[in-house]
Design a binder for this molecule. Sequence first.
Ligand code: PSU
Ligand code: MN
Length: 301
Amino acid sequence: MTLHALLTLSPEVAEARAQGRPLVALESTIITHGMPWPQNVETARAVEAEVRAHGAVPATIAVMGGRIHVGLTAEELETLGQAKGVMKLSRADLAACLAQGRVGATTVAATMICAALAGIKVFATGGIGGVHRGAESSFDISADLLEFAQTPVTVVAAGAKAILDLPKTLEVLETHGVPVIAYGQDDFPAFWSRSSGLKAPLRMDSAAEIARAARLRAELGLPGGQLVANPIPEAAEIPRAEIMPVIEQALTEAATQGIAAKAVTPFLLQRIFELTAGRSLESNIALVMNNARLAAAIAAA
Ligand code: PSU
Ligand code: MN
């Protein structure tokens, strides 16, 4: 496959690609809009190291200087982690950011698009966007959900945060024909909590099976990817009873302050970090590392 003209590969990713080694894409909105500095850069580095330690090569994706960077150098990562005014890129914004030569961080949707352009089939993150509570009046449904229906990348996440309406999120994924696979358990996980109280539509217990399902989906001519929902490790879990009041407070504040559109998710994440005084961040880091390990195994398979 010839490389798309808008892509710049890091030396590490270029070498892995040339050698046909397993690659795992990583998003950058989690760095710029999902975690505070300096934990954002430290976590991004640790996640990359975890992918390497498990036999794959990490490719963190971001837009800089009119190019899509697939794999960031240590310097680029540090710059991005401290940059102000970084655009949050979804499907709608990617080309605009490139055209304007601005710095942009890729969400799950945009990372899937860029990964597919680079021939990368597996991507690890923390949580995905979904249907927001009150979507019946706000119409706030993340573009991430529609991306799963059209871009052939397997995304490993710890489910979705309970800041979202999880039953509606699962319904939208089902409507769009997206396989939602819980890993190693029956329940759909809820980010900080191992269970959302909802059953996941599908369950798989091995990386090989998940990789096989992705291949067969392509063989059948079905577009789109898969969502693998990997529960947070038990030791890092925050019980639902503890996290729910914090989520409710953050949601109330967002409503009172009239937060809308792209600002909603970053606002809620930021407030939850502040309200749990770092506890949510520790769990967040643990679950991303866990997802990096599973993604590496799927990529290798
Ligand atoms: N959910 C999280 N952590 C995140 C995000 C979502 O638990 O960092 C980020 C991801 O980049 C995701 C994006 O793709 O927010 C979704 O934003 P929106 O809801 O505006 O589509
Ligand atoms: Mn939204």
